[in-house]
Design a protein. Structure first.
Length: 271
């Protein structure tokens, strides 16, 4: 079967990187408003899309928190409209949704896909609502869906609200004192994310998959790496309870995938 690939969120960080990584593939880009059912209907009706990658979202947690109604409209309602229209046209053979590790609660152990969800942020709440709607809707119609719960990553296009860009921003301003950095996170490169999604697509994988490095890194250690590279010395104040959010990636490994870049390489790529 010939697959015509549709993509939402093609101007965002992950959407644009995914297209760039798959330069040999042709994508049919959604250029409308994801919160308008009419735009989605027109796109799907005019284009013969049968595989869809859904990246469109409001991501920065501070923006989601400050304007939750709008973020929920994009992240949940927009996804709902997209799913409804996909099922209406009955053309979709595989649907991928870019979700987030924020749907989980913190855990000292590596988190499996089967772990009970407990969103750590408003952003995670919107994504979990979207996930649940996808699962209910596609299961009812017995159609394949795939959800990638993506852990932490960084990119030059991210705003200064994300972890590594925020550290870089402070160093540029000659601010070397950091508080509340006593937390473990799982960082993965955008290239490794793209290879994971490609493998899921090539296998037409079904269900939920963690996409992470499977390795924990302290935020304070990231700060040390960055400040050393800039010949600076950071003052770290760990004045908060330690938290941990790290992926168990055994399910992805069974598909013969594993991440290649470590945190130092990720930081170098950012710079």
């Amino acid at each position: 079967m010939k697959y015509n690939l549709g993509i939402t969120g093609h101007t965002g960080v992950l959407g644009s990187e995914f297209i760039k990584y798959n330069s040999s593939r042709k994508f049919i880009k959604f250029r409308g408003d994801i919160t308008k059912k009419k735009d989605i209907n027109e796109w799907l009706r005019k284009k013969n899309i049968n595989c869809l990658f859904h990246f469109a979202a409001v991501v920065p947690t501070n923006i989601v928190k400050s304007d939750f109604d709008y973020a929920n409209k994009v992240n949940f309602i927009g996804t709902k409209y997209l799913v409804d229209e996909c099922l209406k046209f009955k053309k979709i053979k595989w649907f991928f949704f870019a979700s987030t590790s924020h749907v989980y609660g913190f855990s000292r152990k590596k988190i499996k896909e089967t772990k009970k969800t407990r969103p750590i942020s408003k952003y995670g709440q919107t994504k979990l609502r979207a996930e649940n709607y996808i699962v209910r809707s596609f299961r009812r119609k017995k159609l394949p869906y795939c959800i990638g719960r993506i852990f932490s990553f960084t990119h030059k296009k991210q705003s200064g609200d994300f972890v590594i860009p925020s550290i870089m921003k402070r160093i540029k301003k000659k601010i070397y004192t950091f508080e509340n950095v006593n937390h473990y996170r799982d960082f993965i490169s955008t290239k490794d994310i793209c290879t994971a999604i490609n493998i899921l697509y090539n296998n037409k994988s079904y269900g939920i998959y963690n996409i992470g490095s499977g390795k924990k890194i302290l935020i304070s250690d990231i700060i040390k790496i960055i400040t050393r590279k800039n010949n600076k010395k950071a003052v770290l104040k760990n004045n908060a309870k330690k938290t941990c959010l790290v992926a168990n990636i055994n399910k992805m490994k069974k598909l013969k995938w594993k991440p290649k870049k470590n945190i130092k390489e990720i930081i170098n790529d950012f710079k």
